[in-house]
Design a binder for this molecule. Structure first.
Ligand code: NAD
Length: 490
C-alpha cells in the first residue's frame, strides 16, 4: 500500500479532495513510494486564508520569541538527520552523503535566521533637524510563498522558510511534486515545534497550485527556484499582480582550467562538481575551457575520472553517483548527447545505455564526456541537467572569459590556477553571480546571498542571509517631533 501524502494547513494535516494524485517514485528502484495530491485552487485558497488569519497575531510575537521555534527546529533536524537523508536519497536519487550535505546547508539557514533579532534591526538618527528624530523600522509583509524544484528537497525550502517566519510573515510552501516526501517530514518536525496554526502551510501540487498563489491578492511575495522558463513566467506573473518576486533559474556553469592548475586536485574537484548529484545541480560544472597546455593532461585525467565513477543506488556503500530523476529526464539527456555529436563534439566517455545490476528499473545515466564542444552550438548553451561534461579549448584566459560572458546564464563560473593575477582578473571580469577560485561548487554560505545573474535569476534580492531578510520585510520610516512644551505641561 503506497502512502497518500497530505497538505499541512492551519496547524493540521489535511487530505486533499484531488482525485488524481501522482505517484512518487524511487528513481533507482522504480518503486512507488507514495502518492502526492495535485491540490486544486480552492484548497490552496484555504491555505492562504489560514496564513492571512494567523498573520496579525504572529507578527506581534516578539522576534526573540519567534526564533525559539527555529532553535527547536534546528535540534529536530539534527536529531532526524539520518532519516531525512535517507528520504532524500529514496525520492531524489542522490547518494546518502550528498543528502546529508544538502541538509547541512539547509540547517545552516535555520541557524542564520535565528539571528533575526539582530538582522532585522532598523536604523535611526537623532536630530535630523532640530528636535526631530527619524527611524527606519522593518516590518513583515504578510503572507509569502515559495515554489521549489526537485533537486534539493531538503535544502531549498530552508533557503526561504526560516527567514520568512522569523521576520514575522506567514509562509506557504509548494514543493516539487517529484520529491514531496522530504518536505512532508520537514513539516511533521515543524508541527512538533508547536508553531501557532497558520504560520506555515504545505500545499502539494503543480501548475494550478502555483498559479493560484501567483494570482492570490493576499500573497505578497513569491520565491521560486527551478528552470529558467518557469522562473521567467513566475517572475512576470507575480510582478503583474503587484507582488515581490525572487526567481532563481537554470544554469550552464563553466570552469576554466589554466596550465598552472594543480592537476590532481583540479580533476577531483571538477569531477565532483560535474558528476555529483548526477549533474542535477544548478551549480554543477557543465563545461570546461582549458587554456593552452592544460588541454591534454586535463582531458586525459577528467576522462579517467568520468569512466571510474562508481554509479549505483545512493543508499549502498561507496556509491559516488545515483540515477537521474525520471526516465523522461534520461531520454532528454541522451537526446542532447546525440545532438552534441551532430554539432561536431566527440564522445570520449559514453554514459548512455548503461544499467546497474539489481536495479534494472532505475533511470541510469553514467558520466559522459564530450570533447570539442563548438562554442556557437546549442550544446554549449543548453542546460543538460545530467552527468554530461563538455570540453572546449582556447589559448588565453581572456578568450575563456569572453566565451563565458557570451552565455545567457550567469549562475556560476570557476577558475583553477595557481596564479593570483589570473584569479584576480577572472573574478573581476567574469559575468556570473557566484564565482569559484579553485572551487568546483561555489555555493554561498547561508549568511551570503545566492547570487545568480542574467537568465539564472530574475529579481534583485536573492535567497539567504541579509538579502532574505530584506526580501521578507518592508521598511517604514518614521519622522518624529516631541515639542518640549508638552513635557512641561504634564
Ligand atoms: P521546474 O521548473 O520544472 O519546477 C520547479 C517548480 O515549478 C516545481 O515546484 C514545479 O511544480 C513548478 N512548475 C513546473 N512547471 C510549472 C509551470 N509551467 N507553471 C507553474 N509552476 C510550474 O524545475 P525542476 O525540474 O524541478 O528543477 C530543475 C531546475 O531548477 C534546473 O533548471 C536547475 O538549474 C534549477 N535550479 C536552480 C537553482 C538556482 O539556485 N538557480 C537551484 C536548484 C535548481
Amino acid at each position: 500500500m503506497t502512502r497518500p501524502l497530505s497538505n499541512y494547513i492551519d496547524g493540521a494535516w489535511q487530505a486533499s479532495k484531488n482525485a488524481d494524485p501522482l505517484d512518487v517514485t524511487n528513481p533507482a528502484t522504480g518503486d512507488v513510494l507514495a502518492t502526492v495530491p495535485m491540490t486544486p485552487a480552492d484548497e490552496v485558497d484555504t491555505a492562504v486564508q489560514a496564513a492571512a488569519e494567523a498573520f496579525p497575531a504572529w507578527r506581534r510575537v516578539p522576534a526573540p520569541d519567534r526564533v525559539q521555534y527555529l532553535f527547536h527546529l534546528k535540534q529536530l533536524l539534527e536529531d532526524h538527520l539520518d532519516e531525512l537523508a535517507r528520504t532524500i536519497t529514496e525520492e531524489c536519487g542522490k547518494t546518502y552523503n550528498e543528502s546529508v550535505g544538502e541538509l547541512r546547508r539547509g540547517i545552516e539557514n535555520v541557524e542564520t535566521a535565528c539571528g533575526i533579532p539582530s538582522l532585522m534591526q532598523g536604523a535611526n538618527n537623532e536630530d535630523i533637524a532640530r528636535g526631530i528624530d527619524e527611524h527606519m523600522i522593518r516590518q513583515p509583509l504578510g503572507v509569502v510563498a515559495a515554489i521549489t524544484p526537485f533537486n534539493f528537497p531538503g535544502m531549498i525550502p530552508l533557503w526561504f522558510l526560516p527567514y520568512a517566519i522569523a521576520t514575522g510573515n506567514c509562509f506557504i510552501l509548494k514543493p516539487s511534486e517529484k520529491v514531496p516526501m522530504t518536505t512532508v517530514r520537514l513539516f511533521e518536525l515543524l508541527d512538533e515545534t508547536d508553531l501557532p496554526g497558520g504560520v506555515v502551510q504545505l500545499v502539494n501540487g503543480g501548475k494550478e497550485a502555483v498559479d493560484t498563489l501567483l494570482d492570490h491578492d493576499a500573497v505578497r511575495a513569491v520565491s521560486f527556484v527551478g528552470s529558467t522558463p518557469v522562473a521567467r513566467y513566475v517572475y512576470r506573473r507575480a510582478a503583474e499582480n503587484g507582488k515581490r518576486a525572487q526567481c532563481q533559474g537554470g544554469a550552464k556553469n563553466t570552469v576554466v582550467i589554466m596550465p598552472d592548475a594543480e592537476l590532481e586536485m583540479t580533476t577531483r574537484i571538477v569531477a565532483d562538481s560535474a558528476f555529483g548529484c548526477a549533474g542535477q545541480r544548478c551549480l554543477a560544472n557543465a563545461l570546461a575551457i582549458t587554456v593552452g597546455d592544460a588541454r591534454e593532461p586535463f582531458t586525459e585525467s577528467i576522462a579517467d575520472a568520468a569512466a571510474q565513477r562508481h554509479v549505483g543506488y545512493g543508499l549502498d556503500d561507496d556509491v559516488e553517483m545515483g540515477p537521474v530523476i525520471t526516465g523522461d529526464s534520461r531520454q532528454r539527456i541522451e537526446g542532447l548527447i546525440g545532438q552534441a555529436e551532430q554539432e561536431g563534439a566527440r564522445v570520449l566517455v559514453d554514459g548512455r545505455g548503461q544499467q546497474v545490476d539489481g536495479f534494472e528499473s532505475g533511470h541510469w545515466m553514467f558520466p559522459t564526456l564530450l570533447d570539442g564542444v563548438p562554442p556557437a552550438g546549442d550544446t554549449a548553451q543548453t542546460e543538460i541537467f545530467g552527468p554530461v561534461f563538455g570540453l572546449m579549448h582556447v589559448d588565453t584566459v581572456d578568450e575563456a572569459i569572453a566565451l563565458i560572458n557570451k552565455k545567457s546564464y550567469g549562475n556560476m563560473a570557476c577558475l583553477f590556477t595557481s596564479s593570483g593575477a589570473a584569479a584576480r582578473q577572472f573574478r573581476h571580469a567574469v559575468d556570473a553571480g557566484n564565482v569559484g577560485i579553485n572551487i568546483g561548487v561555489a555555493a554561498p554560505m547561508a549568511f551570503f546571498p545566492f547570487s545568480g545573474w542574467k537568465d539564472s535569476f530574475f529579481g534583485d534580492l536573492h535567497a539567504q542571509g541579509r538579502h532574505g531578510v530584506e526580501f521578507y520585510t518592508q521598511t517604514k520610516v518614521v519622522v518624529e517631533r516631541w515639542p518640549d512644551t508638552w513635557s512641561r505641561t504634564f
